[in-house]
Design a protein around this ligand. Structure first.
Ligand code: ASP
Ligand code: MG
Length: 458
């Protein structure tokens, strides 16, 4: 099971989560994965940047003091036994000491590499795992805290977005299985972090603790993965955009992956890959409503293929357009995507017309300027690069779209009837989704219209 976000925002949340572990343990072997306390990862990233740009020993003292206050208060509330409390405080003291030294090091160097940034942001999870584990111990559940590295999550050296190495599953099994089967204890593993073969700490990308949970589940061939969130499960659309959205009890891996790619904040976009190969279901559970079954993400169910099952909306996106005529299309495409990958731009969607080259690439709005400036490098007399701000991307997802004629037709005629202009459209051969772009001011209306058209309302 994985806990993160609001669930572990303070000591009360940690104790509540530890009690959930206790409640659902009865005789089962459970591995717990935790993320950082909410807001801590962002605070660490900020501190790392600040130390490299405006070094100040006073700032570091203050930052460490704030972090200590937050975590020690959590211990006070979450750990119900004095001895265990003292032991965990001792462990945290060492971590704070280490963090302070690293931040000082960064300020002396005046330089922040990807590698040292990963090292610094790993502290969020490394601080929480021992507290969570101590909380379990204090309510009578035997437990041990591990880092991702202890658990055997060996990754490549792509700091900030590392991926587990191919042979890692066997290693994880040899590290974790004895704890479950022989020691009969509950390992609490830091989500989000792994390590490279030289021992340096790596991170799996923001929100990566979901990914940790599914990597571990796959290695251990778990029965299920439970991701504890603050909602009852996946909805037909984010109720913030469509108030009468309804709960989805079951969804396929493919559909959930499409949704998370198109901005639905369900889970880390890569998180389903490790479990798909073993058919391990992933359940989204509500930490505030634990007796509700939640949404199960599992293999495709032949009988229930909804045409449009859910919609997602990315409100803030931008488009970069590369256009021109009279050159090799594939060559330009290769060049464009090479640049975007070097610049680490998150590409949301692509569409192209080939009579005359026009390649439109939708990116996160925060990446737009970077993508635009980088692509201008290939501008010459014939190739032109332009950009468009303030667009929204809508993804309509459903396994039943494949082989059902007229789905796209229904989407676009509903939008047309409501006078919404579509800027760009894309559908891949998988036919699991149709995605399209509208002006930002039309985003919410567009998603409501399509939601209505396919009868998804509650
Ligand atoms: N703490 C990390 C983050 O904020 C990982 C996670 O939350 O899953 O991105
Ligand atoms: Mg987090």
């Amino acid at each position: 099971m994985k806990f993160g976000g609001i669930s572990v925002k303070d000591g009360e949340g940690i104790l509540h989560s530890a009690n959930l572990v206790k409640k659902f343990t009865n005789g089962k072997e459970i591995v717990v994965v935790v993320s950082a306390m909410s807001g801590v990862t962002d605070a660490l990233i900020n501190a790392a940047k600040k130390c490299s740009s405006e070094p100040s020993a006073g700032y570091i003292k203050l930052f460490i003091a704030e972090m200590m206050k937050r975590h020690y208060e959590a211990v006070e509330r979450a750990v119900l036994n004095e001895d265990i409390k003292n032991r965990v405080i001792h462990a945290l003291e060492k971590l704070f000491d280490e963090l302070e030294k690293v931040l000082l090091g960064i300020s002396y160097l005046g330089e922040l590499t990807k590698r040292s940034e990963d090292y610094i942001i790993s502290f969020g999870e490394r601080l929480l795992a021992p507290i969570f584990s101590a909380s379990l111990l204090s309510i009578g559940v035997d437990s041990v805290a591990l880092t991702g590295c202890d658990a055997g999550i060996l990754t490549d050296k792509n700091y900030g977005k590392a991926k587990p190495l191919p042979g890692v599953y066997e290693l994880i099994r040899t590290r974790i299985e004895p704890l479950l089967k022989i020691k009969k204890t509950v390992p609490v593993v830091t989500g989000f972090i792994g390590c490279a073969d030289d021992g340096s700490i790596t991170t799996l990308g923001r929100g990566g603790s979901d990914y940790t949970a599914t990597i571990l589940a796959s290695a251990l061939n778990a029965d299920e993965v439970w991701l504890w969130k603050e909602v009852d499960g996946i909805m037909t659309c984010d109720p913030k955009f469509v108030p009468n959205a309804k709960f989805i009890p079951q969804i396929s891996y493919q559909e959930a992956m499409e949704l998370s790619h198109f901005g639905a904040k369900i889970l880390h976009p890569l998180a389903l890959i490790p479990v798909m190969r073993r058919n391990i279901p992933v359940r989204i559970k509500n930490v505030f409503n634990p007796d509700v079954e939640g949404t199960v993400i599992c293999a495709d169910m032949k009988e229930s293929k909804d045409v449009v099952k859910a919609l997602s909306l990315i409100q803030k996106a931008g488009i970069v357009n590369v256009s021109g005529a009279g050159f090799d299309f594939a060559e330009i495409m290769a060049e464009v995507f090479k640049i975007l990958s070097e610049e680490k731009v998150n590409v949301i969607m692509v569409a192209q017309s080939s009579s005359e080259l026009s390649l439109s690439i939708v990116v996160d709005l925060k990446d737009l300027e970077k993508a635009y400036q980088a692509l201008r490098r290939i501008e010459n007399g014939v190739i032109k690069v332009s950009k468009m701000e303030n667009v929204s991307v809508i993804g309509a997802v459903g396994a039943g779209m494949a082989g059902t004629p007229g789905v796209a037709g229904r989407i676009f005629s509903a939008l047309g009837k409501n006078k919404i202009n579509v800027v760009m459209i894309s559908q891949s051969c998988s036919e699991y989704n149709v995605s399209f772009v509208v002006k930002s001011e039309d985003g919410i209306d567009a998603v409501r219209i399509v939601h209505d058209e396919f009868g998804l309302n509650n």
